[in-house]
Design a protein around this ligand. Structure first.
Ligand SMILES: Cc1cc2nc3c(=O)[nH]c(=O)nc-3n(C[C@H](O)[C@H](O)[C@H](O)COP(=O)(O)O)c2cc1C
Length: 337
């Protein structure tokens, strides 16, 4: 199996949903939500890619970073790479259904573990989607992170209890799913959460809780105040609100404000190891990858996912050699031009 064969297979299996473009930038699939694209004009998806691409790197080769160390520790779990699989659901309406939710979640969780990474799973209009993710994580002895939609409080409690039973490493909420009217139409209402509501949710569990979908400094502060163990700077891959900035644009200020109090993760448009290096230089501790792993999982299952992550990790290592970074903590603002 190679990336080339993976992409060929993915192109067949994702027909009508993802074109497996040479560059995954939101142009060809603009407005395709449901589907794989960005919402509306796809300005938010495109901004993720364009603003990340705009950062350039200082090349340095007179140093001793000959064999960089890409290891990363998250909530006590030793990982070989700071790359995580992003939570994704809706295989039938977003990706055509060649994989069912169970096969999808298994490919992501197992593929990530094979590559020394960690996978996340999501939540959608059908409760079975969340359960498939939690089941896949349970099978992996809890090594994975399920994300719950900002459902009504009692529902969130039920979903949390299910995650705890599966022994998950951490659990999260994609708070930016707050406006998904499709969920309400299917009898699964979601909405924004007040500080008090978030405090009640987070304090009800002893499992580290991640808030995903933070795009401003003030909300990063709120996340810390209500007890989040980490945040994900994310605009949901540009799928929830048209015309947000790219995540690479807001990351630096947010990471500076957080100042190491909790890990800052980021996603949106990360396609290569060089992109990972840039996000870390802007202050992220780790990154999540979305659409490239859709292609990897549809094109090659768990093996495809592992291959894609290993490849990106190797690219990161190479970029660390050429920017003089022996460890992930050496990847600072100095790396950026
Ligand atoms: C088809 C699709 C489904 C998604 N479903 C979820 C979900 O259920 N929960 C969630 O937190 N994020 C979901 N996301 C957002 C991803 O977790 C992630 O934030 C985004 O894909 C990152 O951008 P990238 O795809 O450009 O790497 C979804 C994204 C896509 C493309």
């Amino acid at each position: 199996m190679t990336m080339k064969t993976i992409r060929q297979t993915a192109r067949e299996k994702l027909k009508g949903f993802c074109r497996v473009c040479p560059e995954c930038n939101g142009k060809a699939c603009a407005g395709e939500v449901p589907g794989i694209g960005g919402i509306g004009t796809a300005a938010s998806f495109k901004s993720n890619v364009v603003t990340l691409a705009a950062f350039r790197l200082n090349m340095r080769t007179l140093h001793g970073a000959k064999n960089p160390d890409t290891t990363y520790k998250l909530f006590g779990q030793d990982l070989s790479t700071p790359i995580l699989g992003a939570p994704i659901t809706g295989n039938v309406y977003n990706m055509g259904g060649a994989l069912n939710e169970e096969e999808w979640a298994g490919a992501i969780i197992q593929g990530c573990l094979t590559a020394g990474a960690l996978g996340c799973t999501g939540d959608g209009a059908d409760p079975a989607m969340y359960n498939s993710g939690v089941d896949a994580i349970a099978k992996a002895q809890g090594r994975g992170i399920p994300f719950i939609k900002p459902r009504e409080k009692e529902e969130v409690f039920n979903y949390l209890r299910r995650a705890e039973k599966a022994g998950v490493l951490a659990v999260g909420m994609d708070i930016d799913g707050a406006g998904l009217v499709t969920m309400a139409l299917k009898g699964q209402p979601v909405g924004p959460k007040t500080k008090e509501e978030m405090k009640a949710i987070i304090s009800s569990t002893s499992v580290p809780f991640i808030i995903k979908g933070v795009m401003t400094v003030d909300e990063a502060e709120i996340a810390i105040e209500v007890g989040a163990a980490a945040i994900v700077v994310s605009n949901h891959g540009g799928r929830v609100l048209d015309h947000t900035p790219g995540t690479a644009e807001v990351l630096k200020k947010i990471a500076e404000a957080v100042g190491g109090r909790i890990p800052v993760l980021v996603d949106g448009g990360v396609r290569t190891g060089v992109d990972v290096l840039k996000m870390l230089a802007l202050g992220a501790d780790a990154v999540l990858i979305g659409r490239p792993l859709v292609i990897a999982a549809y094109g090659g299952g768990a093996e495809g996912v592992a291959l894609a992550i290993r490849r990106m990790t190797n690219e990161l290592k190479q970029a660390m050699i050429l920017t003089g970074c022996a460890t992930l903590s050496d990847i600072t603002r100095d790396v950026l031009f």
